[in-house]
Design a protein around this ligand. Structure first.
Ligand code: ADP
Ligand code: TYD
Length: 218
C-alpha cells in the first residue's frame, strides 16, 4: 500500500517519552490488555516495524553520536517511517485493526525538531509531504530523566546512540514532550511514568479504552 487508506475503521495509538521512560514495557502491556478484550492488535515500533525500516534502524541507533548530521538523521527517520506506514501501519488501519506503536512522528518532532537541532520547521514540512498520518491517541510516559537513564543503562545493549547524548539532552527531550502535549491537547495525554509498571499500565489502558470508545471491543 503506497498511499494512506481513504477511510479506516482502525485505531492508531502511539506511546512516546524519553529513552528508558517505560514505553516498550507499556506498549507490550497495552497490546496484551487490548487482545484480552478481543481487539485485533498490531504491536509495532519505530524506528523499525517493517523489514526495510528495521534495516534503517540499525544505521540510526548504533555507532557514534556524530555518525549522522541532524538533517541526514531526520531524512533517515522519515525513510524508515514511510516504509513502516506503507508495509505495516496503513494496511493494518485499512483492515480495521488497532495499531499500538512504540514511538512515532512525535519522537521526530521532539528529538530532531527541538532537542538535537532546532529543525522544527523542516520536520513539519517533511511530515506533511511524506508521512501525513498522526495517531488518534498519543500517550506520553513522563519519567524523570535520571531514573529513565539509569533504567536504560541497566538494560544494556548497543542501541544507545541517543542515550549517550547524556542527561541534559534527556531533560531537553522531556521539556519537548511537555510542550508537544500542550500544543496537541486533542490527541496527547501525559501519564506519570515514575510509578510501578502496574500503576502506569492501568492509566494507559484507561486512556486507550476512552479513545477506542464504547462498542469497540471485537
Ligand atoms: P523505553 O522503551 O521507554 O526505553 P523500557 O520499557 O524498555 O523503556 O524500560 C526500560 C527499562 O526499565 C527496562 O529494563 C524495564 O524493564 C524497566 N522498566 C520499565 N518500566 C518500569 C517502571 N515503571 N518501573 C521500573 N522499571 C521499569
Ligand atoms: P527506541 O528503540 O525507542 O529507544 P529507547 O528504548 O531507548 O527509548 O528508539 C531508538 C532511539 O531513536 C531513541 O533514542 C530515540 C530515537 N528516535 C529519534 O531520535 N527520532 C525518531 O523519530 C524516533 C522514532 C526515534
Amino acid at each position: 500500500m503506497t498511499a494512506p487508506p481513504a477511510a479506516t475503521t482502525g485505531h492508531f495509538i502511539s506511546l512516546e517519552g524519553i529513552d528508558g521512560s517505560g514505553k516498550s514495557t507499556q506498549a507490550q502491556r497495552l497490546a496484551d490488555t487490548l487482545r484480552a478484550e478481543g481487539h485485533d492488535v498490531v504491536l509495532t515500533r519505530e524506528p523499525g516495524g517493517a523489514p526495510g525500516a528495521e534495516a534503517i534502524r540499525e544505521l540510526l541507533v548504533t555507532g557514534d553520536g556524530a555518525r549522522w548530521s541532524a538533517v541526514a538523521e531526520l531524512l533517515l527517520f522519515n525513510a524508515a517511517r514511510r516504509d513502516h506506514l506503507e508495509n505495516t501501519i496503513w494496511p493494518a488501519l485499512a483492515a480495521g485493526r488497532v495499531v499500538v506503536c512504540d514511538r512515532f512522528a512525535d519522537s521526530t518532532r521532539v528529538y530532531q525538531g527541538v532537542a538535537r537541532a532546532p529543525l522544527g520547521d523542516l520536520v513539519e514540512r517533511l511530515h506533511r509531504l511524506v508521512i501525513g498520518t498522526d495517531p488518534d491517541l498519543t500517550v506520553i510516559i513522563d519519567t524523570d530523566p535520571e531514573t529513565a537513564l539509569a533504567r536504560g543503562r541497566a538494560r544494556g545493549g548497543t542501541e544507545d546512540r541517543f542515550e549517550r547524548f547524556g542527561l541534559p539532552f534527556q531533560q531537553a527531550l522531556r521539556d519537548g514532550f511537555a510542550t508537544l502535549a500542550r500544543d496537541n491537547p486533542d490527541r496527547c495525554r501525559i501519564v506519570d511514568g515514575n510509578r510501578a509498571p502496574d500503576a502506569v499500565a492501568a492509566d494507559v489502558a484507561a486512556l486507550a479504552a476512552a479513545a477506542l470508545g464504547p462498542g469497540n471491543a471485537a
